[in-house]
Design a protein around this ligand. Structure first.
Ligand code: HEC
Length: 205
C-alpha cells in the first residue's frame, strides 16, 4: 500500500512538471519586467521618438571616436600666404608626453621620413642635400635654428600635414598620431619639450 502511494505521488509530480512546461511560448508571469526585458531600444527596432522611426543614428556632428585625436582645426594657406601657418602656433600637441618606447618609435619615424633631408642631427644636412651635393634641389631647413625652435607644436604639425614651399606633405605617409609623435621627437631634440612630463605628486622624494 505504501509503495503504491509513493509511486502515484511521483507520477503526479512529473505530470504537473510536464504540464506546466508544455507551452514554451507562454513564459508565465513575469515578476520583474525591467529585468526580463531591456528598456533600451533594440538595434534596428522601430523608434517613435524620431520622425524616420529609425533607432540607429549617426553620431552627432563633432563626435570623436575612441582613440582618435581631435581634428586639426587649421586649414592650408593659399599659395604665398602664411596666416594659417602662424595661427597654428597656438595649437598644442594633443598627445601626452611620450614614454621611452614611444619616443624610440617617433625617432624611427623621423629618421625614415624626415632625416633623409633634415639629417639625423636635425641640422638640415641629410643625405638628399649633403651640403648642396645631394640630389634634392632645395636646402632643407635646419630644425635646430631659433626660427624653427621657437615655432609652436602646431606649426611643425602644419608643415608635415600641408608641406611648405619645396617640401611636400607627409600626411599620406604618417598618420595624424604619428605626425604629433614626430613633433614630440623634434621638440625633445631641440630643447623645448612640447609638454612637461606628468609629475607624480605621491612619488617619494
Ligand atoms: C625631400 C626632402 C624633405 C623631407 C623628406 C622633409 N623635408 Fe622638411 N623641408 C624641406 C625643405 C626643402 C624645406 C624648406 C622649405 C622652404 O621654406 O623653402 C623644409 C622645411 C621644413 C620645416 C620648416 C618650415 C617653416 O616653417 O619654414 C620644418 C619644420 C620641416 N621641414 C619639418 C619636416 C619634417 C618633420 C619632416 C618629416 C615628416 C620633413 N620636414 C621632411 C625638405 C624636406
Amino acid at each position: 500500500m505504501k509503495k503504491i502511494s509513493v509511486i502515484s505521488s511521483v507520477v503526479l509530480v512529473i505530470t504537473i512538471a510536464v504540464a506546466s512546461c508544455s507551452d514554451s511560448s507562454k513564459p508565465g508571469r513575469v515578476y520583474m519586467p525591467d529585468m526580463a526585458y531591456s528598456r533600451a531600444y533594440e538595434t534596428y527596432s522601430e523608434n517613435d521618438i524620431f520622425p524616420d522611426k529609425q533607432t540607429n543614428r549617426t553620431p552627432v556632428a563633432g563626435t570623436i571616436s575612441r582613440d582618435q585625436l581631435p581634428p586639426f582645426p587649421i586649414a592650408e594657406d593659399a599659395p604665398g600666404d602664411t596666416t594659417n601657418h602662424g595661427k597654428a602656433r597656438f595649437i598644442s600637441n594633443p598627445l601626452p608626453a611620450l614614454d621611452s618606447a614611444q619616443m624610440k618609435e617617433a625617432e624611427r619615424l623621423y629618421l625614415v621620413y624626415c632625416g633623409i633631408c633634415h639629417g639625423s642631427k636635425l641640422d638640415g644636412n641629410g643625405p638628399l642635400w649633403k651640403g648642396g651635393d645631394g640630389p634634392f634641389p632645395a636646402a632643407p631647413k635646419n630644425l635646430t635654428e631659433p626660427e624653427i625652435v621657437s615655432q609652436g607644436d602646431g606649426q611643425l604639425y602644419y608643415t608635415m600635414t600641408y608641406g611648405k614651399n619645396k617640401m611636400g606633405s607627409y600626411a599620406s605617409q604618417l598618420s595624424d598620431k604619428q605626425r604629433w609623435m614626430v613633433v614630440h621627437y623634434i621638440k625633445s631634440k631641440t630643447g623645448k619639450p612640447a609638454a612637461a612630463p606628468a609629475t607624480d605628486s605621491t612619488a617619494k622624494k
